[in-house]
Structures are given as structure tokens and as C-alpha cells.
Design a protein around this ligand. Sequence first.
Ligand code: AMP
Length: 294
Amino acid sequence: MQTIETVSAFRTARVALKGRVGAVFTMGALHEGHLSLIQLAKASCDHVVGSVFVNPTQFGPREDFTGYPRDLDGDLRAFETAGVDLVFAPHPEIMYPPHFQTYIEVGEVSHALEGSRRRGFFRGVATVVLKLLNITQPDLAYFGQKDAQQVAVVKAMVRDFNLEVDIKVAPIVREEGGIALSSRNRYLSASERKGALVLYQGLQAASDAYEQGERSPKVLRRTVLKALIQDPYIDVDYVSAADVATMDELHEVTDQPMLLSLAARVGKTRLIDNVILPRSLENIDDLSKILGGE
Ligand code: AMP
């Protein structure tokens, strides 16, 4: 495996990779969720390229850019063991040199949910993803359902800019007990980790209600919320039932697939999680089609 810090060196190494190339972009502090994307890429591609870059332009001034968990040596070992061919791990000055001034303006799919809570977040995400796609030139790029709205934003950009890449979407990898794996879980104390269990329990309670035939977005949202407010240490940011393609909030009873998502603070750590209803759609083929639309 080669680890490369500059764009020109990456381009040179990339040219040597023949056949289908899959890409997995990360902010590092790798966990089994990231590794599942690599495994899926390896299953369908001849080569896999990865990246580690904590992207400053997607963090707000009061967010955790400086303290974001960083473990490049551990990440490179994990990438190597997973069978990645090339890793792009640039310094911020390589991605954003002096006089950098061009950003992606993201549209309506970015306005609700995370976009409404984190100003400029998706502008930063779309900009860095476009740069990473241009630098790594993959045939397929793998993203996680965990960041469902990010998938919708990236897919809209790929369509709108006629990018030649196939976006694949992988289901969420969870710990035993249900907590969605996240690099930010490293911030949680033992008692906060226990508290965080309630996030997935809420989503699970709503999935169970859905299985029993409940189709009212309002009732499903309320079911999640009821579980969350039982824990006084959970500070709920939002609970949403949205259209899987547009991210528009749903209000009417519907049989269309739903993205049931939430954001909440557990102590100082802000966590997000979601399920797709019906849960049978949580597989790479269906998710790649429905999340963010085709
Ligand atoms: P991040 O390093 O958090 O930017 O995540 C890099 C990629 O891994 C994104 O496409 C995420 O959606 C995906 N990812 C993060 N957590 C998980 C998880 N628990 N299961 C599957 N994919 C994940």
C-alpha cells in the first residue's frame, strides 16, 4: 500500500491502477463502519483507494475541528490490513492552498436536517468530495447510510455536474446494543455510552411500530422522541421522518420508504443516527438506488 500526500504523486500512482477503482473517503479514526465500505469496494472493484482528511471547511467555528480524533498511523495500518492499494492523506494546505476560493453551492436537499443545524456544513462536504473525486478518479465511490443526507447532497452534485462516478451506499454498522459506530464515539465516557444506547432504541421502537403497520410520520417521530426524553442526559436536536430521495419532511400517512433520523447531544458529543423504513431496504443495492434518488 502506498500513502501519498500530494495531488501530483497521487495522480501518478493512480494511472498505474488498471480496471475498476473504488474509493472510500474518510476523516480517519477508522472503525468497522469505514472498513465495511472498504470490504464492499473490494468485492466489486479491482482496486480500492482510500483517503484520510479531516476537512476544515465542513466544521463550523464552534465545532470540533481541532479536537476531532486523529490517528493516522492506526488508520494506515487498518487500511493496509483491509487491502487498500493507495491512500491519499493530504495536509490541509494541499487541499486548501492560499487563494483557494471556489466552493460548491448546495441546493434544497441540503437545507433541512443537518444542513439547517450546521451552517456551511454541506458546502464544505460537497467541495471536498468533488476535490477528492477529481483527484482519485474512482469508477465507484462508497458512502455510508449513517450520513444519509450527505449521500443525497453528493448524489445531487454528481447528477448536476455530470460526474462519471457511481455512488454506492452501505448500511450502518452498529456496536452490540445498537450504537452506530462513529469516530466521535471516542469522546463518550462509559456512562454516556450507556446513555447513547437510547438513540437506537428509539429508532428501533419506531421500526417495530412500522412493522406493525404504523405509517404516520408524526406517530413514528413521536415514538422515537418518547424513548429519547426518558433519558435526562440526552439533549434532542431533531427527530425527522423524511422522503428518502428529497429529504423533505413527511406529514401525510404514506407507504413510501422513509428516512427516520435523529440528532442528539449525549453530554457534549453530538451524535446522529437513522433507519430506513422498511428496514428490508437497508442493503447496498436498495440504498444506492433510493437514498438521494436515482
Ligand atoms: P467519516 O470518517 O465519519 O467522514 O465517514 C467516512 C464514511 O464512512 C462516510 O461515508 C460515512 O457515512 C461512513 N460511515 C461512518 N460511520 C459508519 C457506520 N457506522 N457504518 C457504515 N458507514 C459509516
